[in-house]
Design a binder for this molecule. Structure first.
Ligand SMILES: [Zn+2]
Length: 255
């Protein structure tokens, strides 16, 4: 568990320590944003205990690697209304995923037969929903649909921190690897990418959501996987706009 922003701690776990659960200081304990993978259950519980106890879980979205611990933590779980159906789904696969289009054979096999089953913790009955404009632990809920229909982020204007789940990837999901470190003045972190289309509900909408994230002018982005992207607002904006442009051009080519 490491502090990553004022009142925010990160628990990393599972595959290459690449799965992120954020604990947010709350009245009398902490709220978890995203729930990582099922094998992280003990680590998330223990970390929350040290910070006064877990009060609730808010899902960035309900993919298997983001809802995994949620049914096993003994606290109410919240998500966006457009994500409630996926939270309740018994299996780890979403009907719009097109995993057969993954280009690397062994990675395709792993996702289809092993990883999502390992990561998932099973169905959740949401205790309630959260939508754009709601307040959570001093952050404002932002709707970032595209990768998932009910994807949300948490935005704090005062210090420019955005927790954004899988709105943006710092990983290459086709090769199960982190993207290279950026070599750019004024910013630190990994290269950024709009999530791979095989995992997206609507990739064009996901591109728009990355532009919405850029328009907030964040100084620090804490995503669902890998370390933070942080730096000068203008350079951060350029990194996000470039990522949106790359995916948009790919979409135009593929028709
Ligand atoms: Zn993910």
């Amino acid at each position: 568990m490491e502090p990553v922003a004022d009142g925010v701690w990160l628990v990393r776990g599972d595959l290459k320590w690449g799965m992120n659960v954020y604990l947010l200081q709350d009245e009398g304990g902490v709220t978890a944003f995203d729930a990582g993978t099922q094998p992280m259950t003990k680590a998330v519980s223990a970390a929350a205990e040290k910070l006064g106890g877990l009060k609730r879980v808010v899902l960035g979205h309900a993919d298997s690697d983001h809802r995994g611990t949620a049914p096993h933590l003994g606290v109410p779980v919240y998500c966006h209304p457009d994500e409630a159906e996926a939270a309740r789904a018994p299996g780890p696969y979403r009907d719009y995923w097109t995993m057969d289009d993954l280009s690397v054979g062994w990675v395709r096999w792993l996702y289809k037969h092993y990883l999502h089953r390992r990561w998932d913790g099973g169905a959740i009955e949401p205790a309630g929903t959260v939508s754009e404009g709601d307040e959570i632990c001093g952050f404002e809920v932002k709707h970032f649909p595209g990768h998932a229909p009910g994807m949300i982020g948490l935005w704090r204007e005062s210090d420019g921190v955005c927790l954004c789940s899988d709105t943006i990837y710092f990983v290459d999901s086709e090769h199960l690897a982190a993207l290279p470190e950026l070599e750019l003045d004024g910013v630190a972190g990994h290269e950024a990418s709009v999530p791979h289309p095989v995992w997206n509900w609507n990739t064009a909408t996901a591109v728009e959501s990355v532009r919405k994230l850029a328009s907030l002018a964040p100084r620090k982005i804490l995503a669902g996987h890998e370390t933070a992207l942080e730096g000068e607002r203008e350079v951060m904006g350029r990194v996000l706009e470039d990522a949106a442009g790359v995916r948009e051009r790919e979409l135009a080519v593929s028709g």
